[in-house]
Design a protein around this ligand. Structure first.
Ligand SMILES: Cc1cc2nc3c(=O)[nH]c(=O)nc-3n(C[C@H](O)[C@H](O)[C@H](O)COP(=O)(O)OP(=O)(O)OC[C@H]3O[C@@H](n4cnc5c(N)ncnc54)[C@H](O)[C@@H]3O)c2cc1C
Length: 385
């Protein structure tokens, strides 16, 4: 659902210009320095980019899902590190509070996340709990009016920059699965929190992950998200479900960028006396990429509208995540092929995207987890007839 077509289009136009004129020229610098310049972070705050999805009542833009996926596709026109910087505040870092926080918690934390004054991270994954996240071991024990948190979280995006963590921890050790898990909002300055060294990654230079260790961290009872124990895992799944559509949309945007780069190169580069874009085998790769991008975009838009209309869309969100993240991998591979040797050389940027997009098949549920969700839902729906 687009609330106001004119103002939404104006926002997308501004974002597109910012991507093209400001962020794209910085891509190599961000890759080399493995950091985003502070003036860019400040510009993003001023543009309201940290609060795209946070409700207007708390200082954000309150984007609907349809609006958000269009913004994510636009941000896909440049290095995903830029999107990652604002990604946690707009998604996994804030969504638990938006969906299930108490009014007091929302009022206390969301305005600072919307303005970008604070960065939020989402701590679900652990060394021994990845895809099987309901088996997490981080413990939250109630002592008086505080919970005491102990455990380690792994691969936490934006943790080195974070001021706030949404942390999933087990409040009921008698319940080994989802029902024993609660969600907390934890301030990064709390005693007993320490960060691991920054992970060295295959791609996404300029975006950081690391371990977050909780060693006897006292968290006020008031920071239990929703004020009720045992609801955390269900909150986390809602968060991840929305995130899946966002990552699918981002994948479509990056695939479009890669097709544009490949098309430009193919029309300029000549071999055997003509532009390589005139060779039919190159045309086949261009056509396949266009076809898949169009399919991905159509799926994402359809699913986003279903979500805005509050129609069932869990299966479709997983279909979008699975198809679009696999699709952008294929498009990136073709882009390298179309550029030939240049596709392998860093100056052209295509090899960087090739490495960057590999992540999308891994986080917010691997491709195998999406297949499992889709199949499980299919069987359940079939059996309920
Ligand atoms: C750069 C980066 C950023 C991240 N950011 C965050 C973050 O901000 N917050 C957070 O909480 N987590 C984050 N993660 C963690 C991410 O969500 C997990 O890495 C992901 O869910 C997979 O878990 P795992 O790495 O433990 O792999 P595993 O779960 O160990 O999976 C290994 C392989 O086994 C497969 N597999 C697992 N179970 C099954 C099954 N039942 N059937 C078939 N195949 C299966 C998987 O698909 C995969 O191929 C991040 C990870 C990375 C790399």
């Amino acid at each position: 659902m687009i609330r106001d077509i004119e103002s939404h289009q104006a926002l997308l136009d501004v974002l597109q210009r910012y991507v093209n004129e400001r962020l794209r020229p910085l891509e190599n610098r961000v890759a080399e320095e493995d950091d985003i310049p502070e003036d860019v972070v400040q510009e993003m705050r001023e543009m309201g980019l940290f609060g795209l999805t946070i409700p207007e009542a708390y200082g954000g833009l309150g984007m609907t899902m349809e609006e958000e996926v269009q913004a994510a596709m636009t941000l896909g026109g440049t290095s995903p590190a830029f999107r990652s910087l604002i990604g946690t505040n707009n998604g996994i870092g804030s969504a638990a509070l938006v969906f299930d926080g108490t009014e007091e918690q929302r009022e206390r934390f969301l305005p600072k996340l919307a303005s970008g004054e604070c960065i939020a991270s989402f701590c679900l994954t652990e060394p021994d709990a990845g895809s099987d996240s309901a088996s997490l071991k981080t413990r939250a024990r109630l002592e008086g009016d505080h919970y005491i948190l102990n455990g380690t979280k792994r691969f936490i995006t934006n943790a080195p920059r974070a001021d706030l963590f949404t942390v999933l921890a087990r409040t009921d050790p008698e319940q080994p699965g989802a029902r024993g898990i609660s969600a907390f909002v934890v301030e990064a300055t709390s005693d007993g929190i320490s960060l691991g060294t920054k992970d060295k990654k295959m791609g996404h230079a300029g975006s950081f992950t690391c371990d977050v260790n909780f060693d006897g961290v006292a968290v006020p009872k008031a920071n239990l998200i929703g004020g009720e124990e045992g609801k955390g895992f269900y909150t986390a799944m809602k968060v991840v479900n929305r995130g899946r559509l966002h990552i699918a949309a981002l994948s479509v945007g990056i695939a479009q960028r890669l097709l544009d780069d490949a098309l430009r190169y193919a029309t300029e580069r000549k071999q055997f006396g003509k532009a390589i874009a005139e060779h039919q085998l190159i045309q086949a790769m261009l056509a396949d990429s266009k076809m898949e991008i169009y399919a991905g975009e159509s799926m994402v838009m359809d699913c986003a509208r279903k979500r805005d209309d509050e129609r069932p869309h869990g299966t479709e969100a997983s279909c979008c995540k699975l198809f679009c993240t696999e699709m952008v991998g294929r498009v990136a591979d073709r882009a390298v092929q179309i550029l030939g040797g240049s596709g392998y050389i860093a100056d052209y940027g295509v090899e960087r995207f090739y490495r960057d997009v590999r992540l999308f098949r891994l986080y917010e549920g691997t491709s195998q987890i999406q297949q499992m969700v889709i199949a499980k839902n299919l069987v359940k729906d079939f059996q309920s007839f």
